[in-house]
Design a binder for this molecule. Structure first.
Ligand SMILES: C[S@@+](CC[C@H](N)C(=O)[O-])C[C@H]1O[C@@H](n2cnc3c(N)ncnc32)[C@H](O)[C@@H]1O
Length: 211
């Protein structure tokens, strides 16, 4: 599979962005051999299962120039790296509690020349800055995640939804949402992407609290 699948859903990406997306296969294959950040069987499906999945957030929330986004538990850079390529004028801060994963992110970002991406080896709870949005995928349950990022939101919202969390989730989320006690909005990725992989995938939005 090539990065062409991205053009199907994001036809306006520039030639430079096409080149950057196109290099992800080679870069992740190289780094994944040294530090496992993507399951080996998934590396051939990188563009559908990791890159396009990450960009599902862009369909729900087209970030604006000047906005800032924190990616909590980014692992090898998902969803932060694909979003940083798609939104070069938005600032992305990718954090992970495992240093060697941040090394992969830094290497990939440097190779692509991403000027709008900062990667930090830290636990989310230690981050003191404020952001417009927090994104995440496959880190933990909402009830545990929410306290980590509570109070990390800028007061002024400019986008179509107020500043908040955009979390990529899959499967039946009724129980998880109920246990979190949070008011969420659910966006279904099958409304945007036709591949079967997205049938059960969602973006969960939670409005951020300003403290
Ligand atoms: C299953 S991986 C998912 C990685 C990436 N988001 C993805 O979807 O490919 C979960 C990641 O969350 C990180 N993590 C877990 N708790 C964290 C915390 N409190 N702060 C920062 N990172 C955390 C782990 O180190 C791990 O890399």
């Amino acid at each position: 599979m090539t990065s062409d699948i991205l053009l199907k859903y994001f036809p306006d990406i520039t030639p430079e962005q096409q080149l950057q997306f196109g290099r992800l296969q080679e870069l992740y294959t190289l780094w994944n051999n040294q530090i496992n950040v993507i399951s080996r069987k998934d590396i051939d499906l990188l563009y559908e299962r990791h890159v396009l999945h990450s960009l599902g957030i862009a369909k729900v929330m087209p970030f604006l120039p000047g906005e800032s986004v924190l990616d909590v538990g980014t692992g090898g850079g998902f969803p932060g790296v694909p979003l940083a390529i798609l939104f070069p004028d938005t600032r992305f801060h990718l954090v992970d509690s495992i240093g060697k994963k941040i090394k992969v992110v830094t290497e990939v970002s440097t190779a692509l020349g991403l000027k709008n991406l900062k990667a930090t080896h830290a636990r989310a709870e230690e981050i003191k800055d404020k952001y417009d949005f927090v994104v995440s995928r496959a880190v933990t349950q909402l009830k545990d995640f929410y306290p980590w990022v509570r109070g990390k939101f800028n007061k002024e919202s400019r986008n179509k939804l107020a500043n908040g969390i955009l979390y990529l989730k899959g499967g039946d989320l009724k129980q998880e949402i109920a246990e979190s006690g949070l008011a969420v909005q659910q966006f279904y990725l099958k409304d945007y992407f036709e591949e079967e992989f997205f049938d059960t995938k969602q973006v969960i939005y939670v409005k951020g609290k300003v403290i």
